[in-house]
Design a protein around this ligand. Sequence first.
Ligand SMILES: *Cc1c(COP(=O)(O)O)cnc(C)c1O
Length: 492
Amino acid sequence: MVVSKSSPLIFERSREGRYAYSLPQKEVESQSVNDVFDEKFIRKEKAELPEVAELDLVRHYTELSNKNFGVDSGFYPLGSCTMKYNPKINEKVARLGGFAEAHPLQDESQVQGSLEIIHSLQEELKEITGMDEVTLQPAAGAHGEWTALMIFKAYHQKNGQGHRNEVIVPDSAHGTNPASAAFAGFKAVTVKSNERGEVDIEDLKRVVNENTAAIMLTNPNTLGIFEKNIMEIREIVHEAGGLLYYDGANLNAIMDKVRPGDMGFDAVHLNLHKTFTGPHGGGGPGSGPVGVVKELASYLPKPLVVKDGDHYRYENEIENSIGRVKPFYGNFGIYLRAYTYIRTMGNKGLQEVSEAAVLNANYIKARLKDEFDIPFEQYCKHEFVLSGSKQKEHGVRTLDMAKRLLDFGVHPPTIYFPLNVDEGMMIEPTETESKETLDYFCDALIQISEEAKNDPDKVLEAPHHTIIDRLDETKAARKPVLKFDGLHAEKE
Ligand SMILES: *Cc1c(COP(=O)(O)O)cnc(C)c1O
């Protein structure tokens, strides 16, 4: 497929004097830049901006959007990322003028509706997580992890336990967990998984000590396996004076089934941009609310939005607050989408979400189990990990199969993660996909596995049908070409 010829860059489309805008008639006298700005701030040469007509501009952006891949263009089973459908009604609500045009500096009397949404969402998330208080401020999952760990730290310090400087993290954890622990000034200590993919209780007993500040757990964990010993884990960590942190980025296996609060966790973060259908990928904005038990409520970031009678207001008097973690009140547009989602689904809907997410993952797992090595055999929750170890015997690696999936119009699953699975491929279909899509994906993977045996070059040289073929990934990472270097730049 030759695309570069038919879709010139915006700079190649440029012709001097063309423009895609028209300004309203001016109502003031023209001023020379020299009268307004100091000489040293004025450009010596003209900015090299493309000059194009409106239609060229529209085609430029339309082409870019066509080259992009998202949930709206195809199946995106990226494990641990919950690339589920983002309902369009969310967008409609987020664009309502009263919300979209509200200004964060407006007096609270003028934004009662927006504050009501914030407060109601806090209430909904308390209910869903089983926590006593929720802040919406953190801007992403990792930011929520860090916020909760700072709360833990302040709590330990206040209780004369400031020496607690270790945070236990399973070897299967999402990479943000140890990173957040380090960022909050703790030492991340690894606890091993056992042969069932669950936290190894004996190893946990070994790593817990008087310096344990907390354990961070994902449950179901990133292998898609429910930590059924959670009550014992809770006991061991609490007994040692540590706190339990729940990574709830992907809550869509357990919503309205079981709550982190009921499992004994002290704090939890959620990703509104995963579980609660905020769009993500491409850099945000996100939202990572944090819920805590009542013993930790006085440490939350301020302000919280509270309700006094019929009136909503910002509460800044929070006794032990760790302070602000985000300017203003966080990413309000994402709250609107999450709130719309929760209210359109209702309790029963959220329950069905969890059931379908788990069913879909188990369906794919069952269909692939004869063709691929599946290291953890028990039923999974919303995702599972398979191993490409059988295919590796034919010289085809998981990376190659992932590239070949591109030819089928599928975004590849997460690969080589978690690190404790050889040639891992982590598949999370989400609840929003139809059986036909799941079957298409399974057929594709089975075909690729057969190619690995009979025609390995086809897989090794993939992708064949994409705009560009396989990149030199090392070079792309080490010497990325991020800038257009003129019309006739040498193709390296
Ligand atoms: C996505 C994810 C995170 C991090 O969320 P961000 O919003 O990307 O910071 C943390 N934990 C798990 C399990 C995740 O899937």
